[in-house]
Design a protein around this ligand. Sequence first.
Ligand code: ZN
Length: 872
Amino acid sequence: HTIYLKDYAPTPYTIVSVDLDFGIAPDTTKVRAQLTIEPREGTAAGTPLVLDGEELKLEEIAIDGAPLVLSAYAADANGLTVVNPPQRRFVLETLVAITPETNTRLMGLYRSSGVWCTQCEPEGFRRITYYLDRPDILATFKVRMTADEALAPVLLANGNLVSRGSLGNGQHFAVWEDPFPKPAYLFALVAGDLGSITDTYTTGSGRKVDLAIYCAHGKEEQCLWAMDSLKRSMAWDEKRFGREYDLDVFNIVAVSDFNFGAMENKGLNIFNDRLVFARPETATDADYESIERVIAHEYFHNWTGNRITCRDWFQLCLKEGLTVYRDQEFTSDERSRAVKRISDVVTLRATQFPEDGGPLAHPPRPDHYREINNFYTPTVYEKGAEVVRMLATLLGQDGFRKGMDLYFERHDGEATTIEAFLKVFEDANEVDLTQFKTWYLQAGTPKVTVSDSYDAASQTYTLSISQETAPTPGEPEKSDVVLPIKFGLIGPNGSPMGWSGVTGGEVSDDMIVLRGKSAEITFSGVASRPVPSFFREFSAPVNLETDLTQEDRLFLARHDSDPFNRWQALQDVGLALVKDMVAGKQTDEGAIGALSAAMDDTLASGSLDDAFKALALTLPDEQLIGRAIGKDIDPEAIHRARVALIRAVFRPLAGKMRGAYVALGSDAPYQPDAVQAGRRALRNRLMALLVTADPEGPALAAEQYRNATNMTDRFAALAAIGVAWTADAAPLLADFRTRFAGDPLVFDKWLAVSARAEDEGVLERVQAILADPTFPKNNPNRLRSLVGSFAMNNPVQFTRADGAGFRFVTQFVADVDTRNPQVAARVLTGFRVWPMLEATRREAAREALTALKESEGLSRNTSDILTRMLGE
Ligand code: ZN
């Protein structure tokens, strides 16, 4: 059934404090809960108390110490109802039995490699005890845990450690107390035999915080980068947002079975170990950067998420979009702002745009859902961050900061809404954000069209700008959104061009704000025809159509003062060419030559940094090209055209590229910093291009693979060869597998490359890997690396015309769904491209999806995705 935002109402009862006692033991764990409950003002006598609960075995129940008679309560598969609770403060005590060992969903309390750990967001706490499992119930928690001293020497929960000790008989206990009222989704507990590293951080106001990262024994050294990232995050949040940490301890635990990246539980973050462990031999530069980013993200949640949380799950982007924005800013300040912006936009276009343009489109703040787990999406996270970024762009950094300060001051300790968030910016800046809110309420990527004309006689320059958002499922009508369009005009000599007057629009020095459907803006005193640069820094998440020529774009690539748009201009030149090639149009040799020359200049530039060059030398990916074509797409034709374009553009540069490749080599000891990483990124980009464009490329990559001294270089070579499936692919993959046998996170890299190979044999190999009896069938990282990569990142072979790729994935989904619905539902989203495919592939996809519908007992997660995918 569907839950609607409009039906939100506070519960009749609220929970003010919680006392939990966990008897942790193999097979069965007992949870005794004492909930201090109060009726809210106005609650009528006799109103039942309805608590959530799933897969709990109720063994005892009492109110204020008196056991309840059978007729006073009812427990079923969804929870517990107390028929006639007291109309005053009372304590409800329950004892339940749970079995973490058989919890393959990895929600609630489960066991990962012997370690007991929890994941409660969004609705996992109800799998631990009966509770009002929703984010607007804020309570203080006290947690006692007992366990076998040898099995679980480490006992952790939220907040501060109050006491611990031995109980004799091999058992010991610990008591933790969290003074900050919190929703149950932030509850966490860990018990196990773990190693750790420790450090300390002193906040600006002098609080000394003990930091620790717990992990499997032997991996301690691999946690040092995460610790370093944590300390830098703590300092940054003080400096940039004035936010200090608020407890005496901050613990992080790395576990190997985890449904997503990480979780911001108060004072006890739990991480997928792939986002903690790093050392140069086994982690790439990209891994180091992800670890830094996610450590920061979860830490930043302490203020945006924990101190101020969500009133209901419709408001998820209140904490996620804002916190992604904050982690993006952190990375921008720590590394290169321009490079970070480009990478984030690449990700947005690769993940959020297809979601927004397909069957799963939804607004950043949806108004209904069947399964909230299916809304932890690129739209809520990444588009949510774009919306916050637009707010900062419109208000300016100072105005934005004033609003954030007011947000923390006004809402600390609350569970709140997007409306309250927008209100603080209105109040702090005396602006009206009514129309701006549309960004949160409607789905779809706006299309912005701009055309221009110059009149030499009157020295006027006119822009016609309009916006249009296509209908999305369930939203036939769209409103106009507020569009901050950062822009500049560039004169013939490449320098910025001014104007003496402007009419027809809301225009400042560097920004046009479009609020209506269209505007015609005229600049006067413009000495000659300028080339315009729009959406600098990608100032709004839109698709832009202009009538710029290829020459204009190449001009921008050379002269735009905004690095983002310099990069974008080269992308646009390449995209236009490849689209023509897919359409079978006569190849424009002149334009190819000009793009080649621009790439040559980019490579030779003395002012651009290496990381930027690496991005500029990357042509749009196949999936982006497909979406730009928009319908009846043939992924194979796109693949062929893109390869042909790479050869045409880069073959003439092969000699220079090889020279640059050699010059970029270095003997310096590995460091994960941005400068070194940028150098490797450019060198590896050149290598990948050479594999496609130069007959000597594959041998060069194979040699790099063998001589590599770090995983970044080794994996880049393996991926280039393994994906292109050259003659070296099979032996190098075999070597990689044995060389790193025993490291599951490196095995994931092997799986991902194996699944992305472009040859027709890939499906059979993927099936064989999965069928191997030693393959860890329940580990989310392994499953996602193999089948997730195939469905999401192998656009040609997943969409094979015979439908075998589709059938493999739907059968996999049906099987995994019985054990871990979240992994199943996530992999199924790989189908979101299907309506755009050409007819044969589209029909094959429809058949596979329709067959999946017939599976018995599909989870709510998977059936929700499936019905939306089919447009039902
Ligand atoms: Zn988050």
